[in-house]
Design a protein around this ligand. Structure first.
Ligand SMILES: Cc1cc2nc3c(=O)[nH]c(=O)nc-3n(C[C@H](O)[C@H](O)[C@H](O)COP(=O)(O)OP(=O)(O)OC[C@H]3O[C@@H](n4cnc5c(N)ncnc54)[C@H](O)[C@@H]3O)c2cc1C
Length: 457
C-alpha cells in the first residue's frame, strides 16, 4: 500500500478535485487578498463532511501541508498554500434557521451574507462581521467582532456547537456537553483544531436597525474621538459602531466637491427599537457638524453589506495590523490624529471597534478569546489596488501601528493580524495560551492544521 493518490481522492470525493492544469484550477487557487499568489497541489471543493474527511486524510497520509478555506478573507492568505492540499468549503454554504429556539446552523463555507439573509427572514440575527463576504467560520473561530457585539457578545460567544473534522479524520461535535475542551479552544483559537463543517449559533431579535455612515471634518476628529471614548464606555448596549478614517468615495450622499478628501467617518448601528434610533444617535450628531451622512432605518443585512463594494474579492492588495486597547488615552488619540489622516487610498482605513458591554461579561478563561478587559479592537487595514504601491501602503500601516502600539495591549485580534505577527500569538491568548497548547496536543499533536496563526503543539 503506497500513499493515497489524487486519483483515489477523486474517487472518494463528491465535490470537484482540481490540480494544476485542470479547468477551473486558476480560479480555485485565488483568495481575497490579491497579494497572495500560491499554487496548491490539489484543491478539494468539498460538498459534504465525507469530502472534508477524505481531504484531511489525504493530506495527513501524504505528509502534505493543509489549508482550510471558508470565506477566503484571511489577510495573510491562510486559505491557500503552495504545493499542499486546500479544502475549499465554498460549496457548503447552507444555513438552516430554527426560529422557535432562536438557533441557526451554518455550513462551514457560509458567508455572513448567507447567514444574515437566512436569519433576517425571521427577524433574528447574531454578531457577524461588517462586510458580508467574510466567512462565518473563519470569523467566529477567531472571535468575531461586529455591530452587535456590545449587546450580545462576540460571534464565538453565540456559538452553541460545531461539527468538527479533526486531524485524525474523525467527525466530532464540540459543545458545552461534548468535547468541551475542543469547544473552549475553537471559541477564539481559530483554525488550529480542525475543520468546522457546521456551526450552530444563538440568535437574537434584530430586524431593522437605525444607522449608517456619518462623516466629520478632519479638524473635528480630535473632538469626535474623545467623545467616542467617553460615550461608548456606558452607551446603551444596543449601540454599536466605530470611527474610521476614510477618503470620501464618490457616493451620491457626499457633496461632490468633497469627494477624494480625507474625513473622519463614524459608522453607527442602533439595534434597539428603530423608533428610538434618532434619539440614540443624537449625541453623535451633536458632537460636531456632520459633512455628509447616510443614516436611517434599514434592514440589518443592508448595513452588513454596505461596504462590500469598497473591497471586492481578489481586487486589492491587503496588509493589516491590529491591537487591543484598554484605555484610549490622549496619547493614543494623538497618534491616531498624526497617522490616520495620511491614509493613502480610498479603500484603506482604520477602525476602532468597541468590545465592551456583553463581551466583558464573559470571563477571560471561559473561551480561548482572552482579551475580555480590553475596550477596543483596533485594525489598521491597508487595502490598495496596485501592487506597484505595496511598499508605500505597507509602510503606512507599519508606521501607524508603531505609533499606537505603546498605548495598546501586547496582543491584537487574531483575525486582523498579519502573517508577520506570529511572534505575538502567545500574547493574544495571555493566560489561555498553555491550555490551548494542551488542547492542540490532544486533537492535532502533529500540527496538521498549521496554515493559520499557529498554536504549536
Ligand atoms: C474585508 C474584510 C472585513 C472583515 N471584517 C471583519 C469584521 O467585521 N469582524 C471580524 O471579526 N473580522 C473581520 N475580518 C477578519 C476576518 O474575521 C478574518 O479574515 C477571518 O479569518 C476570515 O474568515 P474566512 O472564513 O472568510 O477566511 P479564510 O481565509 O477562508 O479562513 C481564515 C482562517 O480561518 C480558518 N477557517 C476558515 N473556515 C474554516 C472552517 N470551516 N473550519 C476551520 N477553519 C476555518 C482558515 O483555515 C484560516 O486559518 C474581516 C476581513 C476582511 C478581509
Amino acid at each position: 500500500m503506497g500513499n493515497p493518490t489524487v486519483e483515489q481522492l477523486r474517487e472518494q470525493v463528491r465535490g470537484e478535485v482540481l490540480t494544476p492544469g485542470d479547468a477551473g484550477y486558476e480560479e480555485a487557487r485565488k483568495v481575497f487578498n490579491a497579494m497572495i499568489d500560491r499554487h496548491p497541489g490539489v484543491v478539494v471543493r468539498a460538498v459534504n463532511t465525507d469530502d472534508v474527511v477524505a481531504a484531511v486524510n489525504h493530506a495527513r497520509e501524504n505528509g502534505l501541508d493543509l489549508a482550510v478555506r471558508g470565506g477566503a478573507h484571511s489577510v495573510p492568505g491562510f486559505g491557500t498554500v503552495d504545493d499542499g492540499v486546500v479544502i475549499d468549503l465554498s460549496g457548503m454554504r447552507g444555513v438552516r434557521v430554527d426560529p422557535t429556539n432562536r438557533r441557526a446552523r451554518a455550513e462551514g463555507g457560509a458567508t455572513w451574507a448567507d447567514f444574515n439573509s437566512a436569519t433576517h427572514e425571521f427577524g433574528l440575527a447574531t454578531t457577524g462581521g461588517v462586510v458580508s463576504t467574510t466567512g462565518v467560520a473563519g470569523l467566529t473561530l477567531g472571535g468575531g467582532i461586529g455591530y452587535l457585539a456590545r449587546g450580545v457578545g462576540l460571534s464565538c460567544d453565540n456559538l452553541v456547537s460545531a461539527e468538527m473534522v479533526t486531524a485524525d479524520g474523525r467527525s466530532l461535535v464540540a459543545s458545552e456537553h461534548e468535547n468541551p475542551d475542543l469547544f473552549w479552544a475553537i471559541r477564539g483559537g481559530s483554525g488550529n483544531f480542525g475543520v468546522a463543517t457546521s456551526l450552530e449559533f444563538q440568535l437574537h431579535p434584530v430586524s431593522d436597525i437605525y444607522g449608517g455612515p456619518m462623516f466629520f471634518e478632519l479638524d473635528d476628529a480630535d473632538t469626535v474621538l474623545r467623545f467616542y471614548r467617553e460615550f461608548i464606555a456606558d452607551a446603551p448596549e444596543q449601540f454599536g459602531g466605530f470611527p474610521a478614517w476614510q477618503i470620501a468615495p464618490p457616493l451620491p450622499f457626499i457633496p461632490e466637491e468633497r469627494h477624494g478628501e480625507t474625513l473622519l467617518a463614524f459608522v453607527a448601528c442602533w439595534a434597539g427599537p428603530v423608533d428610538q434610533g434618532e434619539r440614540a444617535l443624537k449625541p453623535l450628531h451633536d458632537v460636531a457638524p456632520v459633512v455628509a451622512e447616510h443614516v436611517g432605518p434599514m434592514p440589518y443585512p443592508a448595513l452588513n453589506s454596505a461596504f462590500d463594494a469598497l473591497c471586492p474579492p481578489g481586487a486589492l492588495q491587503h496588509y493589516w495590523k491590529a491591537n487591543f486597547v484598554t484605555e484610549l488615552t490622549d496619547e493614543a488619540i494623538a497618534a491616531h490624529l498624526e497617522h490616520g489622516p495620511k491614509v493613502p487610498v480610498v479603500t484603506s482605513t482604520m477602525h476602532i471597534y468597541p468590545i465592551n458591554g456583553a463581551c466583558h461579561r464573559v470571563s477571560s478563561d471561559a473561551t480561548a478569546f482572552a482579551y475580555r478587559n480590553a475596550n477596543f479592537a483596533t485594525v489598521i487595514a491597508g487595502m490598495w489596488p496596485d501592487p506597484g504601491d505595496n511598499e508605500a501602503n505597507i509602510q503606512w500601516v507599519r508606521d501607524y501601528y508603531q505609533a499606537t502600539a505603546p498605548f495598546s495591549e501586547a496582543g491584537g485580534y487574531i483575525n486582523f493580524m498579519s502573517g508577520d505577527d506570529q511572534s505575538r500569538i502567545q500574547a493574544n491568548y495571555g493566560g489561555n495560551y498553555q491550555r490551548l497548547v494542551d488542547v492542540k496536543r490532544t486533537y492535532d499533536p502533529d500540527n496538521l492544521f498549521h496554515v493559520n496563526q499557529n498554536i504549536a503543539p
